[in-house]
Design a protein around this ligand. Sequence first.
Ligand SMILES: C[S@@+](CC[C@H](N)C(=O)[O-])C[C@H]1O[C@@H](n2cnc3c(N)ncnc32)[C@H](O)[C@@H]1O
Length: 316
Amino acid sequence: MSGDCLKKMAAWPKDSADLIFADPPYNIGFKYDKYDDNREHEDYVKWTNNWIDACARLLKPSGSLYILIGDEYAAETRLHLRKLQDEKQLVFRNWIIWHYTFGQNCKLKFNRSHAHLFYCVGSAATKIKAADKITKNPPFTFNRDSVVVPSARQTTYNDARANPKGKLPDDTWYLRPQTAEGDYFREGEDTWYQSRLAGTFKERQGWHPCQLPEALLERIIKVSSNEGDLVFDPFAGSGTTLAAAAKLNRDWLGCELSKDYAKRALQRIKHVAKTGKTMKVDCIDKGIQRGKPKKKAEPHRSKKGADGKLVWSGKV
Ligand SMILES: C[S@@+](CC[C@H](N)C(=O)[O-])C[C@H]1O[C@@H](n2cnc3c(N)ncnc32)[C@H](O)[C@@H]1O
């Protein structure tokens, strides 16, 4: 539904969501339809703390909360989650790094290829003192087997002790090509870390500046919720979380400040709910011409150097 998530959340009953996934604007000057992504530092941090508090209120004691954030505000966000843990409102479980490919190309620094994903669970876990009791009888949903990956013990060492079901993923996430649906990887590319959605990808709707891949959300929704649970996204954007929730037969609820984004996101979610498949859009429909990768001109090679070895004589 369209509107300001802070206002909407204040009107909803506490302890109502099983899973909350939040991917807020990162205050890095992105161009959104209605939101100004250039706030004063103090103002942005205060706003972030406010919406996290609102999410903690909505989360069931047995629920899970995930927050995706960039480098700029990861530290401040983590500190606020620590404060909520001290107040026994939630328990921090993992600081996950999503390592993606197709990061923006930088000119005089290293290209960024990661985002921070904070994973917390609701207040029921604050009542359990011993870590082993949490593992044996977790007071939150954690569907281990739905997200396991083959372990090195299985694939490389042929180790009889290997769990035949596989192992849990590490806390650096790169989803494998065999788990990525659709055409993420163009011919000749050997990188297989879960990519950001580039404009040419069919999954990319083309009208929202920072759409996430559904595969990322599918992992979160599978492991931290069950069919029929309520999944909530306060910053729905193009509707990725809710589309993935619909595909996995969860109930879904979202807020989006822009009426236009909310309307288009709803179309996307309805498509997924009806067909069970990711909505795909061809490049031509997005106004993108997809040609062959450009070949760089080969530097000219002179015949032989004085010592008889080949030398480069062209400009590289
Ligand atoms: C980073 S984007 C989310 C992208 C989304 N995860 C996706 O895959 O499409 C953040 C979104 O939050 C929206 N937004 C900003 N302030 C908001 C608010 N107060 N309430 C609800 N939505 C808001 C923006 O319009 C933007 O679409």
